[in-house]
Design a protein around this ligand. Structure first.
Ligand code: PEP
Ligand code: MN
Length: 263
C-alpha cells in the first residue's frame, strides 16, 4: 500500500495547515527531550518568530543506558500540549509503548516511532489503528526495504498519514554518530508515495554538521528536515553535543534562507 507503483500521487500529510509532501519544504525543530514548560516555551517562541510551527520534543525517551534521563512521560506530553495550544503549534513526540498510543493522541499531533522501535510491530499496528499522522524513523541498522515494510505495517491497519524519516544508519565510520544515508531520500520517494524527512541531529551527532547536512537534505528533495534546539545545550539532559542554542538556531535558519534552498 505504500508503493508508488500502486499509488502514483504523493501523499500529503496535513498538520494543522502545514502540508508535508506538497513540494514546499519544512523544518521540524525543538528540544531532544521535554525538560520543563519554560524550556519548551523558549524554543517554541524562537521557532514561532521564524515562522516555524512544527515542534518536536521527547517525553518518552528511549535511552541507550537505563541510567540516563528517561523523559517526563505524560507530564512531558502535557507540557507540549500547553505550549502548542498557546502558540498554535503542531506537536510531534515519540511514543514507545503500544498501550500509550490511545492516551497520547489527546496531547500530540504526530506520533513519532523512533529508530529503536522501527520493528516494534505491536507499536506499528497500534499507530496504524488510530487517526493520527505517524513519523516513522529508520531503524539503526535497517535496510530501506525493511523500513518500507515497517511503514506497510502502519498503512495496512488503515492509517496512511505516514512520514518516513532517514536518521542515519550504523556503519564502521566513527567521525559521525551514525552515517546519514542521503540517497535513501530519492530512493524512498521513488519507491513510496510518502513524504520523506531527514533528521540531521541524530544522524550526525555533531552540531557543526547540522547546517551542511540540512542543505544536502533540502537539495536532494527531502520534504522536511528535523533538527534539535535547546535553550542551553550544555545543560541538556540528553543530546547535549548536537543541539543548537537559540542564536545558533537563528543562524541555521538565516543560512538556509541565504542558500536559496529554504524560503
Ligand atoms: C528522537 O528523535 O528523539 C530520537 C530519539 O531519534 P532516533 O529514534 O532517530 O534515535
Ligand atoms: Mn535527541
Amino acid at each position: 500500500l505504500v508503493s508508488r507503483k500502486k499509488h502514483p500521487e504523493n501523499t500529503i500529510v496535513d498538520l494543522k495547515g502545514e502540508k508535508i509532501g506538497d513540494g514546499a519544504q519544512n523544518l521540524i525543530m525543538g528540544p531532544c527531550a521535554v525538560e520543563s514548560y519554560e524550556q519548551v516555551l523558549t524554543v517554541a517562541k524562537a521557532m514561532k518568530d521564524r515562522g516555524l510551527r512544527l515542534l518536536r520534543g521527547g517525553a518518552f525517551k528511549p535511552r541507550t543506558s537505563p541510567y540516563d534521563f528517561q523523559g517526563l512521560g505524560l507530564e512531558g506530553l502535557q507540557i507540549l500540549k500547553r505550549v502548542a495550544d498557546e502558540l498554535d503549534m503542531v506537536v510531534i513526540s515519540e511514543i514507545v509503548n503500544p498501550a500509550d498510543v490511545e492516551l497520547a493522541i489527546d496531547y500530540i499531533d504526530v506520533i513519532q516511532i523512533g529508530a529503536r522501535n522501527m520493528q516494534n510491530f505491536e507499536l506499528l499496528k497500534a499507530a496504524g489503528s488510530v487517526k493520527k499522522p505517524v513519523l516513522l524513523k529508520r531503524g539503526l541498522s535497517a535496510t530501506i526495504e525493511e523500513f518500507i515494510h515497517a511503514a506497510e505495517y502502519i498503512i495496512s491497519k488503515g492509517n496512511d498519514q505516514i512520514m518516513l524519516c532517514e536518521r542515519g544508519i550504523r556503519t564502521y565510520e566513527k567521525a559521525t554518530r551514525n552515517t546519514l544515508d542521503i540517497s535513501a531520500v530519492p530512493i524512498l520517494k521513488q519507491e513510496t508515495h510518502l513524504p520523506v524527512l531527514v533528521d540531521v541531529t541524530h544522524s550526525t551527532g555533531r552540531r557543526d554538521l547540522l547546517l551542511p547536512t540540512a542543505k544536502a537534505a533540502l537539495a536532494i528533495g527531502a520534504d522536511a528536515v528535523m533538527a534539535e534546539v535547546h535553550p542551553d545545550p550544555a545543560v541538556a539532559l540528553s543530546d547535549s553535543a548536537q543541539q543548537m542554542n537559540i542564536p545558533q538556531f537563528n543562524h541555521f535558519i538565516d543560512e538556509l534562507q541565504k542558500s536559496g534552498l529554504y524560503q
